[in-house]
Write a protein that binds this ligand. Structure first.
Ligand SMILES: [Zn+2]
Length: 236
Protein backbone atom coordinates (compact mmCIF):
# COMPACT_ATOMS: atom_id res chain seq x y z
CA UNK A 1 0.00 0.00 0.00
CA UNK A 2 1.32 3.40 -0.89
CA UNK A 3 1.56 5.47 2.29
CA UNK A 4 0.59 9.14 2.19
CA UNK A 5 3.27 11.72 1.53
CA UNK A 6 3.24 14.93 3.55
CA UNK A 7 3.68 18.21 1.74
CA UNK A 8 6.78 20.09 2.88
CA UNK A 9 6.25 23.78 3.73
CA UNK A 10 8.29 26.40 1.89
CA UNK A 11 9.68 29.70 3.12
CA UNK A 12 11.19 32.75 1.41
CA UNK A 13 14.84 33.41 2.19
CA UNK A 14 17.16 36.28 1.28
CA UNK A 15 20.88 35.95 0.54
CA UNK A 16 22.45 38.61 2.80
CA UNK A 17 25.30 39.75 0.56
CA UNK A 18 23.32 39.98 -2.68
CA UNK A 19 19.72 40.54 -1.55
CA UNK A 20 18.57 37.78 -3.94
CA UNK A 21 15.49 35.88 -2.88
CA UNK A 22 14.98 32.14 -2.95
CA UNK A 23 12.56 29.58 -1.59
CA UNK A 24 13.75 27.20 1.11
CA UNK A 25 12.23 24.06 2.57
CA UNK A 26 13.08 22.49 5.94
CA UNK A 27 15.59 19.66 5.94
CA UNK A 28 14.26 16.14 6.32
CA UNK A 29 15.12 13.45 8.85
CA UNK A 30 17.39 11.63 6.39
CA UNK A 31 19.24 14.89 5.72
CA UNK A 32 19.51 15.78 9.39
CA UNK A 33 21.20 12.42 10.07
CA UNK A 34 24.04 13.29 7.70
CA UNK A 35 24.44 16.68 9.36
CA UNK A 36 24.52 15.19 12.86
CA UNK A 37 27.10 12.63 11.82
CA UNK A 38 29.28 15.40 10.44
CA UNK A 39 28.90 17.44 13.62
CA UNK A 40 29.82 14.44 15.77
CA UNK A 41 33.03 14.09 13.78
CA UNK A 42 33.96 17.66 14.87
CA UNK A 43 35.93 17.90 11.65
CA UNK A 44 35.37 21.46 10.33
CA UNK A 45 35.76 20.31 6.71
CA UNK A 46 33.13 17.60 7.06
CA UNK A 47 30.77 19.99 8.83
CA UNK A 48 31.25 22.66 6.17
CA UNK A 49 30.58 20.11 3.41
CA UNK A 50 27.46 18.79 5.13
CA UNK A 51 26.10 22.33 5.62
CA UNK A 52 26.83 23.21 2.04
CA UNK A 53 25.10 20.08 0.72
CA UNK A 54 22.14 20.68 2.98
CA UNK A 55 21.65 24.25 1.78
CA UNK A 56 22.02 23.19 -1.85
CA UNK A 57 19.33 20.53 -1.39
CA UNK A 58 16.90 22.73 0.51
CA UNK A 59 17.02 25.91 -1.57
CA UNK A 60 15.08 25.88 -4.82
CA UNK A 61 15.80 27.84 -7.94
CA UNK A 62 19.41 27.23 -8.88
CA UNK A 63 21.39 28.97 -6.17
CA UNK A 64 25.10 29.00 -7.01
CA UNK A 65 26.52 28.23 -3.58
CA UNK A 66 30.09 28.77 -4.80
CA UNK A 67 29.28 32.43 -5.35
CA UNK A 68 28.29 33.01 -1.74
CA UNK A 69 30.38 34.51 1.03
CA UNK A 70 31.12 32.46 4.13
CA UNK A 71 28.77 34.59 6.22
CA UNK A 72 25.96 34.06 3.68
CA UNK A 73 26.25 30.32 4.15
CA UNK A 74 26.35 30.64 7.93
CA UNK A 75 23.27 32.88 7.98
CA UNK A 76 21.37 30.63 5.57
CA UNK A 77 22.20 27.63 7.69
CA UNK A 78 20.82 29.33 10.82
CA UNK A 79 17.60 30.14 8.99
CA UNK A 80 17.40 26.61 7.67
CA UNK A 81 17.95 25.28 11.19
CA UNK A 82 15.16 27.56 12.47
CA UNK A 83 12.56 26.35 9.97
CA UNK A 84 13.65 22.72 10.31
CA UNK A 85 14.19 22.19 14.03
CA UNK A 86 12.97 25.39 15.66
CA UNK A 87 14.26 28.81 16.62
CA UNK A 88 15.88 27.77 19.90
CA UNK A 89 19.43 26.46 20.24
CA UNK A 90 20.51 24.71 23.42
CA UNK A 91 24.09 25.38 24.32
CA UNK A 92 26.44 24.07 26.98
CA UNK A 93 28.70 26.79 28.23
CA UNK A 94 31.04 27.25 31.16
CA UNK A 95 30.62 29.82 33.91
CA UNK A 96 33.19 32.60 33.47
CA UNK A 97 33.76 33.13 37.20
CA UNK A 98 37.31 32.35 38.21
CA UNK A 99 37.62 28.87 39.62
CA UNK A 100 34.01 27.90 38.87
CA UNK A 101 33.77 26.78 35.24
CA UNK A 102 30.48 25.09 36.03
CA UNK A 103 28.81 23.87 32.81
CA UNK A 104 25.52 25.69 32.28
CA UNK A 105 22.79 24.87 29.80
CA UNK A 106 21.61 28.04 28.07
CA UNK A 107 19.04 28.58 25.37
CA UNK A 108 19.39 31.17 22.65
CA UNK A 109 16.96 32.35 20.02
CA UNK A 110 18.23 32.09 16.45
CA UNK A 111 16.33 35.22 15.47
CA UNK A 112 18.48 37.22 17.94
CA UNK A 113 21.72 36.25 16.20
CA UNK A 114 22.82 39.22 14.10
CA UNK A 115 25.15 39.64 11.16
CA UNK A 116 27.50 42.20 12.59
CA UNK A 117 29.43 44.68 10.42
CA UNK A 118 27.17 44.06 7.47
CA UNK A 119 26.03 46.98 5.36
CA UNK A 120 25.18 46.40 1.69
CA UNK A 121 26.31 49.98 0.94
CA UNK A 122 29.90 48.99 1.83
CA UNK A 123 30.20 47.11 -1.43
CA UNK A 124 29.91 50.29 -3.55
CA UNK A 125 33.23 52.14 -3.52
CA UNK A 126 33.74 55.51 -5.20
CA UNK A 127 37.35 55.87 -6.33
CA UNK A 128 37.07 59.30 -7.90
CA UNK A 129 34.44 61.85 -8.86
CA UNK A 130 33.02 59.64 -11.58
CA UNK A 131 34.66 56.20 -11.34
CA UNK A 132 33.97 53.47 -8.83
CA UNK A 133 33.71 49.74 -8.29
CA UNK A 134 31.21 47.37 -6.76
CA UNK A 135 32.64 44.52 -4.74
CA UNK A 136 31.49 41.15 -3.52
CA UNK A 137 32.72 39.34 -0.44
CA UNK A 138 35.25 36.52 -0.92
CA UNK A 139 33.77 33.04 -1.16
CA UNK A 140 34.90 30.24 1.11
CA UNK A 141 36.62 28.55 -1.81
CA UNK A 142 38.60 31.64 -2.68
CA UNK A 143 39.77 32.16 0.90
CA UNK A 144 40.64 28.46 1.12
CA UNK A 145 42.90 28.81 -1.90
CA UNK A 146 44.86 31.73 -0.49
CA UNK A 147 44.91 30.67 3.15
CA UNK A 148 47.93 31.66 5.17
CA UNK A 149 49.30 34.84 3.69
CA UNK A 150 46.40 37.25 3.55
CA UNK A 151 48.74 40.11 4.36
CA UNK A 152 50.87 39.82 1.28
CA UNK A 153 50.16 42.32 -1.47
CA UNK A 154 50.07 39.62 -4.15
CA UNK A 155 47.39 37.72 -2.26
CA UNK A 156 45.37 40.82 -1.58
CA UNK A 157 45.68 41.72 -5.25
CA UNK A 158 44.33 38.38 -6.45
CA UNK A 159 41.46 38.54 -3.94
CA UNK A 160 40.62 42.06 -5.07
CA UNK A 161 40.59 41.01 -8.71
CA UNK A 162 38.37 38.01 -7.96
CA UNK A 163 35.98 40.11 -5.92
CA UNK A 164 35.41 43.10 -8.18
CA UNK A 165 31.91 42.75 -9.57
CA UNK A 166 31.74 45.83 -11.72
CA UNK A 167 33.69 48.95 -12.58
CA UNK A 168 31.52 51.96 -13.36
CA UNK A 169 31.80 55.51 -14.56
CA UNK A 170 29.22 58.16 -15.40
CA UNK A 171 28.15 56.40 -18.54
CA UNK A 172 28.84 52.68 -18.26
CA UNK A 173 28.90 49.71 -15.95
CA UNK A 174 31.52 47.12 -16.87
CA UNK A 175 30.85 43.59 -15.65
CA UNK A 176 34.30 42.32 -14.67
CA UNK A 177 33.40 38.69 -15.28
CA UNK A 178 33.01 39.60 -18.94
CA UNK A 179 36.10 41.78 -19.16
CA UNK A 180 39.60 40.53 -19.86
CA UNK A 181 41.23 39.74 -16.51
CA UNK A 182 44.45 41.45 -17.59
CA UNK A 183 42.52 44.65 -18.20
CA UNK A 184 40.98 44.42 -14.75
CA UNK A 185 44.45 43.87 -13.30
CA UNK A 186 45.67 46.85 -15.24
CA UNK A 187 42.85 48.97 -13.86
CA UNK A 188 43.90 48.04 -10.31
CA UNK A 189 47.60 48.57 -11.04
CA UNK A 190 46.85 52.09 -12.13
CA UNK A 191 45.01 53.12 -9.00
CA UNK A 192 46.70 55.43 -6.55
CA UNK A 193 47.69 53.96 -3.22
CA UNK A 194 44.84 55.86 -1.53
CA UNK A 195 42.32 54.43 -3.95
CA UNK A 196 43.63 50.92 -3.44
CA UNK A 197 43.30 51.46 0.32
CA UNK A 198 39.62 52.20 -0.13
CA UNK A 199 39.20 48.81 -1.78
CA UNK A 200 41.31 46.84 0.67
CA UNK A 201 39.34 48.38 3.55
CA UNK A 202 36.33 46.51 2.23
CA UNK A 203 38.02 43.21 3.13
CA UNK A 204 38.99 44.30 6.61
CA UNK A 205 35.45 44.30 7.96
CA UNK A 206 34.10 40.83 7.27
CA UNK A 207 30.55 40.42 8.54
CA UNK A 208 30.21 37.79 11.22
CA UNK A 209 27.35 36.14 13.09
CA UNK A 210 27.26 37.54 16.58
CA UNK A 211 25.27 37.13 19.77
CA UNK A 212 25.74 38.68 23.21
CA UNK A 213 25.43 35.75 25.54
CA UNK A 214 24.44 36.49 29.15
CA UNK A 215 23.59 33.88 31.74
CA UNK A 216 23.58 33.39 35.50
CA UNK A 217 25.54 30.39 36.72
CA UNK A 218 23.34 27.77 38.37
CA UNK A 219 26.10 26.92 40.83
CA UNK A 220 27.67 30.22 41.94
CA UNK A 221 25.15 32.75 40.56
CA UNK A 222 27.89 34.72 38.84
CA UNK A 223 26.56 36.57 35.78
CA UNK A 224 28.69 35.69 32.78
CA UNK A 225 28.53 37.61 29.56
CA UNK A 226 30.52 37.24 26.38
CA UNK A 227 30.15 37.35 22.62
CA UNK A 228 29.52 34.30 20.50
CA UNK A 229 31.04 34.84 17.06
CA UNK A 230 30.77 32.66 13.97
CA UNK A 231 28.55 29.69 13.29
CA UNK A 232 30.68 27.15 15.13
CA UNK A 233 30.31 28.94 18.45
CA UNK A 234 26.57 28.22 18.38
CA UNK A 235 26.93 24.47 17.97
CA UNK A 236 29.46 23.31 20.52
ZN1 LIG B 1 29.71 29.64 38.35
Amino acid sequence: MALPKIDVPRYPVTIPSTGEEFIMRPYLVKEEKILLLAMESQDPKQIALAIRNLITSCIEGGLDIDSLAAFDIEKLFLELRAISVGEKIQLQTKCQAEGCEHPNAVEIDITDIQLKDFDPADSIIKLSEDVGVTMRYPTIDLLGDVEGDLDSLDTLMSIVISCINTIFDDENVYDCKKENIEEVRDFIDNLTSDQFQLISKFFQSTPVLEYDLKFVCKKCEHESSYELRGLQSFFT
